[in-house]
Design a binder for this molecule. Sequence first.
Ligand code: PMP
Ligand code: GLN
Length: 424
Amino acid sequence: MRTNNAPLGETTAAVKTVNSLLAATGTTIFTVMSALASQHKSINLGQGFPDTDGPPDVLKAAAEALMDGRNQYPPMPGVPELRQAVAAHDARFYGLKVDPMTEVVVTSGATEAITACLMAVLDPGDEIVVIEPLYDTYLPVIRLLGAVPRLVRLSPPDWDLPHAELAAAFGPKTKALLFNTPMNPTGKVFTAAELAFIADLLVRHDCYAVCDEVYEHLTFDGWRHVPLMTLPGMFERCMRIGSAGKTFSLTGWKVGYVTAPATLAPLVAKAHQNLTFTTPPNLQRAVAVGLAKDDAYFASLGPALAAKRDRLGAGLAAIGFGVLPVHGSYFITTDFSPLGFNGDDVAFCRHITEAAGVTAIPVTAFYDGPDPPAHYARFAFCKQDAVLDEAVARLQRHFRRNTQGNAQGTTHGDTQRNTLTAVG
Ligand code: PMP
Ligand code: GLN
């Protein structure tokens, strides 16, 4: 191997191996599918991001905050304005009493927050219970920390929590639970009874919970998000994570926030100190403006998205997809087996990208254990109505053509699963 500064023609000894876990981790499915969508100019209903910007007053606050001379490193745990706004938000929506100076940490997105919270509590060899389908950063980070995930599986179409299996996953080595509600990709919002069952397990096994609540305000049809942290005895155990990306439709901003008891928040802050140290001050200040918006703003998010869910869901159902119920998040899960496609979900998502011009995410990407359900595709509905309509029209044309026997692909089962990268 030649190093950059070795003279031409001269080689040096081979360099040592790199981190084996990272070397074995694939590129995230979201990046893979977005690249495929752009290559085929298809409508990208894969990676979950809205196609319109968030509230103009929040954008304006960010623009103004760029120009007033506070562009150097902000305080490491977050600018006071945002920490106060997070505490006020948690009090307004959940009745939580949070000290902004000792119990809030701002991070560069929920992605960093998840890692920081895991770092805060996990030692090598600790076990952590994780519910799959799961968001794709969870397992690589847990494993990099030397901890051991204990997976509990939810299965479509009901995504019911298997109480006995969950209880059995906890043992003497369990340090924490990693818990996502409203849940990606299922759209499940955990019920009060499920939360109570989980809280009881955490107390009985004396465990922490990392609570990924990025879709907290994106719930539908009267389903309301209840943070696990609000249940009796839970405040001391929970690290609650929110994301400005989701709450303000500004996914590129990467501003996240953690609410945690004063016993844990300093640990989260120390992890943040070693991951990114700080988060852009201008964006933090704008997010503080956003979190202070009136109740009507937050109340409008669910119904607006629910209408899009219904629009896309009805279109997909008319084509023949089985459309699963969704109570929160950006995503609809669909069963494509009624369409007669001969291949797994990875092949299906590649196929519709290439042949129909619409991109979705294969649901097996959210599973790590053996034999995941392989006939489901996740579509993001956080898009303009015209975009959703065009996506449905393209799929409609494609599948009508194919069911009429002019097969361009409903029998394409030849794409290998491993050409796209799944979790882990
Ligand atoms: N958790 C879940 C469940 C998500 O779907 C996402 C995707 N945005 C994240 C965390 C990451 O959020 P952020 O963009 O704020 O890092
Ligand atoms: N959370 C987004 C999704 O599930 C993706 C975010 C990302 O690409 N990291 O689609």
